[in-house]
Design a binder for this molecule. Structure first.
Ligand code: NI
Length: 395
């Protein structure tokens, strides 16, 4: 365990669960499944939950599960979310429990999220008599693949009657056992755009007879950058990236069309909503100037994860009570998207980052990488966090 955090903070009851938690995590790691295809994973989770007992299990969509634990007295309903899916990556860690599914790997730590939540469910199910209210443990499918499992579960009503929402992500960016806390926007909204510049092709020797889609596309790529530089406030983070440019078939033929594909990142919903019109205005203006047309599509991905300021402050105090003053730190906004945001909007929520990085043991590789490692020493911290949080909110 990290020397920066008192190991005595982890209760004997949590420590007793760690071996099984590690076994669950390693089983899941060895048997990863892609988003929307987590059939064996879900069966495994349900079997573990049935073995724990004392909870009502509800299956949602094809591969999502909610376990409901009811306390002895009435009170709040809180939902804790763990994601369960893996990524299309060929694992190269050489671990003894490395993936047995070719081309599929738990390279984002979701195996750890699932195992920690199972362990917390087992501990808390023994203490249901002390709880006031209801806790829903959500094992969510398909975080990694838009449109994402969370949006589907939200439509199916998993958030009905929920008073508070909580999420957690392990992170190889921060030391094991330390909790990254942020109020307000935590992750960016991640959207995709597709632009077809429709000109008129021709012989490269006679450009005056054509409407050159290549030149228009080049102008569009540059002009799109002026949105961030000139249309969005300098204090407001935004990214517009053109990542694919396709067009043309020969060195001496001007193509009819050029296709541009890219992504945007924003943190405020207001800026996010402004971008499509600003982008389309540029495309419309540049193509009109050369008597040409276009097609423009803006495909919304995941919204920004927004942490409620009061819950963030309260949870920070709770973490520091459990693990000591040095256990939390302020975290900068994160550019990767997170589909937990689809569960927001019904009630206040708080999403925390838990460090799972140990430089001394070489556990530093970033997520979504064939060499990604998760520090299992972080697991007891996550289990303890979930248990302390539930006891606090349902006391
Ligand atoms: Ni992830």
């Amino acid at each position: 365990m990290s020397p920066e955090v008192s190991p005595t903070a982890v209760s004997p009851e949590v420590l007793a669960e760690v071996p099984e938690c590690v076994a669950w995590r390693r089983h899941l790691h060895e048997n990863p499944e892609l988003s929307f295809q987590e059939f064996d994973t879900t069966d495994y989770i349900i079997a573990a939950l049935e073995d724990i007992g004392g909870m009502e299990l509800r299956r949602y969509a094809k591969t999502g599960v909610v376990a409901i634990l009811r306390g002895a007295r009435p009170g709040r309903t809180i939902l804790l979310r763990a994601d369960i899916d893996a990524l299309p990556i060929q694992e190269e860690t050489g671990l003894p429990y490395a993936s047995r599914n070719p081309g599929v790997m738990h390279a984002c730590g979701h195996d750890g999220h699932t195992a920690m939540m199972l362990a917390a469910a087992r501990i808390l199910s023994r203490h249901a008599g002390e709880l006031a209210g209801e806790v829903r443990f959500l094992f969510q499918h398909a975080e990694e693949l838009p449109p994402g499992g969370a949006a589907e579960l939200d439509r199916l009503g998993v958030m009905d009657g929920v008073d508070e929402l909580y999420g957690l992500h392990l992170s190889s960016n921060y030391p094991t056992g330390r909790f990254g806390v942020r109020a307000g926007a935590l992750t960016s909204a991640t959207d995709r755009f597709e632009i077809d510049i429709v000109g008129k092709g021709g012989h490269s020797a006679y450009p005056e007879t054509a409407h050159d889609a290549v030149v228009m596309a080049a102008q569009v790529v540059l002009a799109l950058q002026t949105i961030v530089a000139r249309r969005v406030s300098a204090t407001e983070p935004a990214v517009v990236s053109v990542c694919q440019v396709e067009g043309g078939s020969a060195y001496n033929i001007l193509p009819d069309e050029v296709h541009l594909v890219g992504s945007t990142r924003t943190f405020s919903e207001a800026t996010r909503d402004r971008l499509p019109a600003l982008m389309e205005g540029i495309v419309a203006g540049i193509t009109a100037a050369d008597d040409s047309t276009y097609r423009f599509r803006f495909i919304k991905g995941y919204a920004s994860v927004i942490n409620d300021a009061q819950l963030a402050a309260h949870t920070r105090e709770l973490i520091e009570r459990s693990f000591g003053k040095g256990a939390t730190f302020d975290i900068e906004p994160l550019m990767p998207g997170e589909d937990y945001s689809a569960l927001q909007g019904h009630c206040p929520g708080f999403f925390v980052e838990l460090g799972a990085r140990d430089e001394a043991r070489g556990i530093t590789c970033p997520h979504h990488n064939p060499h990604y490692l998760m520090d299992e020493e972080a697991l007891p911290y996550g289990i303890q966090y979930w248990c302390d949080l539930v006891r606090d909110r349902l006391s």
